[in-house]
Design a protein around this ligand. Structure first.
Ligand code: ADP
Length: 556
C-alpha cells in the first residue's frame, strides 16, 4: 500500500469520527465490543468502560479477577467506593482534569480494595472518548494488577537495601581486614626481603647457615648447608629440623637449644655429628634469635665445621708432649755431656799420672816415691770419677718417675715418629709388631720412651756401620705374662761382640768414636727403676736384639 493511500484512509476516518453523533460513538464502541473483548480477554489486562453519568457500563473478565467482584456487582458500583481512601484524591483530581478538558487521560498507580477486603495495587490507564462537543462520552480504563510487582519491587528494594547494608558492613569489615592484611603483607615482604638479604649474605659462606621458624621449619639455607647434607634446595624447603637430623639428636640436643634461643638467648654449643655422606664432623653451633613483629619468631643457625681445628689441636697437644719429651731427652743428653766432661777430667788426669808412673818406674833407678804419688793421684781421680757416676745415678734415681698407666704401643708409635728422619737418613726400614689389647704399664712415659729411643738409635747406628746388608729395625711388644710385658728392639746391624758381654751396660763403655757409653747404662737404670729388666742377645743370623720387661697393670 502506498503512503498516499494511508494518508487518505486516515483522513477519511477522522472525517467519520468528526461527523459522528454521541450515539454514533456509542454504537461504534458497541460495534467493536466483540473485537475489544476478544482482544483484551486474551491479555492479562483488565478493561472497563465508564460513563461519566451512568458509571461503570462494561468490564472484562480480568477486572473481576483483579477486583474480586462479579460483573453484575461491578456494573452497580462506582470506582470511588473500590478505591483506597488515601489514593482517591489523586484519582479524582486527574479525572476532573479530563472532564474539564485539560487532559485526555491519565496513568496512575493506585490501591483498590477488593471484595474480600484485600488491598491491591493497580496501574490504571484512563483515556477519554469525547463527543463532538468535547464532553466526555466514555472513559476507557485499562487496569493491571501490580500488587505482586510492587511487592516484588518492595522485596527487591528491601533486598537491595539489605544487600547494600551488607555490602557496607562487609566493606568496612574488608577494609579492616585489608588494612591488617596489607600490614601483614608489608611485614612479610619486609621479612622476606630481610630473608633475601640474609640469603645473599650467607649463600657463599663456608659456614653452614640456616634460618628456622618457631615450628623448626627451614626458611633459608645456604649452599654450604645443602652441600653438607647432600640436598637440593627444593628438597629442604618445607622440611623441619627433626626430619633431617639423625635419630635422637633433635630430641636430646637441638630442640632444647633451639627453644632456648626462641626465648631470646644466643646459644652456642659443640656437637660431633655423623653426616650420612661425610662421616663424623665436629661442629661448633651458634643459634641467634631473630625478632619478628611479635617477638622472636626465627632462629639463625650457624654451623662451623671445626673437625680440622680439633685435629690440629690434638696434633698440637701431641707435638707439645713430644717437644717436652725431646727437651727432656736433650736435657739428659746435656747432663750426660757435662757428666762426661767431669769424668773426662779425672780420666785425663789418671792417664797423665799413669804415663808419669810408667816413666818413673822405667828409670834405671825407679822413682818409687814419685810413682806412688802418681798412683795416689790416680786413685783420687778414679774415686772422683766414680763419685761423678754415683752422683749421676743418684740424680736419675732422685727424678721420681711418674707413675701413670702408659700404653706402651702408643709410646712406641711416638718413638717411631721421632726416629723417622733418622731412619730415612740411614736407609733403614721400620717394622712394628705391636700386640693389641696389651696391658698398660705403670710408669713414666717420657723415661720409657727415652729407653726405646736410645735402643732404637743404637740399633740404627749399628746398621749404618754394617754396609751392604738389608737394614730393618723391628719394634715389637708382647704380653709375656699376665702381669708382664716385653718390648723388643731388634736390628740387622753389626751385632754384639761376645767378648764385650754384659760390659756394654757399664757406664762409659763404648766402642764408638765420640761415644759416651752412657745410653745403655741409663736405660738399664730406668728400666730397673720401673721394676723391669733390660738385656741384650746376639741374633743367630745378623744383628742384635735388646729386650726389656716391665710389670703390667693387673687387668680385670
Ligand atoms: P754409646 O752408644 O755411646 O756407645 P751405649 O751405652 O748406648 O753408649 O752403648 C754401649 C755400647 O754397646 C756401644 O758402644 C756398642 O758397642 C754397643 N751396642 C749398643 N747397642 C748396640 C747394637 N744395637 N748393636 C751392636 N752393638 C751395640
Amino acid at each position: 500500500m502506498s503512503k498516499d493511500g494511508d494518508e487518505a484512509k486516515k483522513r477519511a476516518a477522522k472525517k467519520r469520527r468528526e461527523k459522528r453523533s454521541p450515539t454514533d460513538a456509542e454504537e461504534a464502541l458497541r460495534e467493536s465490543e466483540g473485537r475489544f473483548r476478544r482482544y483484551f480477554e486474551l491479555g492479562l489486562i483488565g478493561m472497563a468502560i465508564t460513563s461519566p453519568t451512568k458509571g461503570i457500563i462494561e468490564v472484562n473478565d480480568e477486572i473481576y479477577k483483579i477486583l474480586g467482584y462479579e460483573r453484575a456487582e461491578l456494573l452497580r458500583m462506582t470506582w470511588a467506593e473500590m478505591t483506597h481512601p488515601d489514593d482517591l484524591a489523586a484519582d479524582v483530581a486527574e479525572f476532573n482534569r479530563v472532564i474539564a478538558g485539560e487532559s485526555e487521560g491519565y496513568v496512575l498507580d493506585k490501591r483498590f480494595i477488593r471484595k474480600d477486603g484485600r488491598i491491591i495495587y493497580a496501574n490504571i490507564s484512563v483515556k477519554a472518548l469525547r463527543r463532538a462537543d468535547g464532553s466526555v462520552a466514555y472513559f476507557v480504563a485499562l487496569l493491571q494488577d501490580i500488587t505482586e510487582r510492587k511487592a516484588a519491587s518492595a522485596r527487591l528494594r528491601r533486598a537491595h537495601e539489605e544487600l547494600e547494608q551488607r555490602v557496607i558492613d562487609r566493606t568496612s569489615q574488608l577494609a579492616a581486614t585489608i588494612e591488617e592484611l596489607s600490614k601483614e603483607v608489608a611485614e612479610r615482604k619486609q621479612a622476606e626481603e630481610r630473608l633475601q638479604e640474609y640469603e645473599k649474605c650467607v649463600e657463599g659462606l663456608e659456614e653452614q647457615i640456616v634460618v628456622v621458624d618457631r615450628d623448626y621449619r627451614y626458611l633459608l639455607a645456604n649452599r654450604a648447608f645443602l652441600n653438607y647434607r647432600g640436598l637440593k634446595r627444593e628438597q629442604l624447603m618445607g622440611q623441619q629440623v627433626p626430619d633431617l637430623l639423625n635419630p635422637g639428636v633433635f630430641e636430646q640436643v637441638a630442640k632444647k637449644k633451639l627453644d632456648e634461643c626462641l626465648q631470646g638467648k644466643v646459644v652456642r654449643y659443640e656437637l660431633r655429628y655423623d653426616y650420612p655422606h661425610l662421616g663424623a664432623r665436629d661442629l661448633f653451633i651458634s643459634y641467634f634469635p631473630i625478632e619478628g613483629p611479635s617477638g622472636v619468631d626465627r632462629v639463625a643457625c650457624v654451623l662451623q665445621d671445626i673437625t680440622e681445628r680439633k685435629r690440629a689441636e690434638a696434633e698440637l697437644q701431641t707435638a707439645q708432649a713430644e717437644l717436652a719429651h725431646v727437651t727432656r731427652v736433650a736435657t739428659l743428653g746435656e747432663l750426660t755431656a757435662s757428666i762426661a766432661h767431669e769424668v773426662n777430667q779425672p780420666l785425663g788426669a789418671i792417664v797423665t799420672n799413669g804415663n808419669a808412673c810408667q816413666r818413673l818406674l822405667a828409670r834405671a833407678t825407679p822413682d818409687l816415691e814419685g810413682a806412688l804419688e802418681a798412683v795416689d793421684a790416680m786413685v783420687t781421680d778414679a774415686l772422683r770419677a766414680g763419685e761423678v757416676i754415683k752422683r749421676m745415678r743418684a740424680f736419675l734415681r732422685k727424678t721420681v718417675p711418674e707413675k701413670v698407666p702408659v700404653n706402651i704401643n702408643e709410646a712406641i708409635r711416638g718413638v717411631a715418629s721421632l726416629v723417622a728422619s733418622e731412619l730415612v737418613r740411614q736407609q733403614v726400614s721400620l717394622r712394628t709388631k705391636l700386640e693389641e689389647d696389651i696391658s698398660p704399664v705403670i710408669g713414666d712415659r717420657v723415661q720409657l720412651q727415652q729407653v726405646m729411643l736410645n735402643l732404637s738409635l743404637n740399633a740404627i747406628e749399628a746398621m749404618s756401620s754394617a754396609a751392604g746388608q738389608s737394614h730393618e729395625l723391628l719394634l715389637s711388644t708382647g704380653q709375656s705374662g699376665a702381669d708382664e710385658i716385653t718390648v723388643t728392639v731388634r736390628d740387622t746391624g753389626r751385632g754384639l761382640d761376645p767378648q764385650d758381654g754384659e760390659r756394654i751396660f757399664d757406664a762409659f763403655f763404648t766402642t764408638k768414636e765420640g761415644g759416651l757409653g752412657l745410653g745403655l747404662s741409663i736405660s738399664r737404670t730406668i728400666i730397673e727403676a720401673h721394676g723391669g729388666r733390660l738385656w741384650a742377645t746376639a741374633n743367630e743370623d745378623q744383628g742384635a736384639t735388646f729386650q726389656f720387661t716391665l710389670p703390667a697393670q693387673a687387668t680385670g
